[in-house]
Design a protein around this ligand. Sequence first.
Ligand code: SF4
Ligand code: SF4
Length: 380
Amino acid sequence: MIKKINKKILITGITPETLKLSSILAENGFHIILADKERKKQHAVKSDDYSLSSINNKNIKVLYNTQLTALNGQICNFTAYLKSDDSIVEEQIESVIIATEVTEKELENKKGLAFSEFKEKVKKSCNSECSKLSISGITPEKIALYIDNSALSRLVFSSVMKYAELCKNDFGIEVAVYTPDVLTAASNLEADYRSLRESGVVFIKYTDRPVFSDKADKTVINLNHPETELNSIEYDLVVSAEKMITSEYSKEQLKLMNIPNYNNIHFMACTTPRKGIFICGNGREDMLEKEALNDAEECASLILSDFADGTYEFEETSVEIEKTKCTLCLTCVRTCPHKAIEYIRDSIDERAVRIVDEACFRCGQCVSECPTKALSLIEN
Ligand code: SF4
Ligand code: SF4
């Protein structure tokens, strides 16, 4: 079945990647509402290539001090409630893109420089194409990136690997990563880990927390393992990784969009379990700006292919309901992983569940969960 659409999309969060996404979609005739919770223009993230002034396309409406407070409906037919001060406006949209973010939580036992601060300095040096990395007046030749047990997660590990690579390959710095474990079970992390080791980055696994001490202008890390040769090593700079978690605001937004597992979005794809809702950018993974901009292109191409030529194509009638067998227990509404089943209540006598064909993935879970066998998957 083919449905004509109005090509209207809501993007929550102004970041370099959503600015790029907005401009690609606007150039393809989409009408974009770009909303940010921040009150002022200058709080929105700036980027050299994608500043706010570069998106003066008439198809993009930028709203500050605006938050999504509810989202009803399904792909092609969402109603978004956007709150600004005391007023709430309704917008009919076909798709939503949320730009997620992470929060970095400082550790109690921080050693040396905070990783978030270090990342900013590395990014600055990369952007200005310096061949040396200079931090607080020193040009380090030997750096330790330290991950405390309380901060370790795949997101932190992958982020530390990323910056270890930049330090080693772009600035020729000797890098050692101290970590209680190696967490590589996601996307290409295993391959990245291997190639980093081959390029000379040393990964030092520890069991007991190392001991840190100062010696002249160096920091010494002592592993406290008399049997190891790497017992005591001096570094020009020690950097401590903070805990990284999905920000509360991103979690709230994902929850109100009814995205399952909204607490754990790291390394999720751009697509979500719900058709028409996408995630873009830094909250899924600690991306460098160029990677986040590539992510925006990927997200844009998914939307362009979903809504090719201003239409949306889907299979008509995917799951059949035998009304006489249905007891309205709502098990199917609760368990559909794609939130494609709605409960309709027109009056006391007219109550029913309805499969939204546009949103259904034909996974069959509702069919196997229905206790009265009222549902069946229709063969193509
Ligand atoms: S699970 Fe089956 S019986 Fe329960 S509401 Fe859904 S279709 Fe009806
Ligand atoms: S087949 Fe059933 S459970 Fe699966 S997406 Fe469709 S409605 Fe949801």
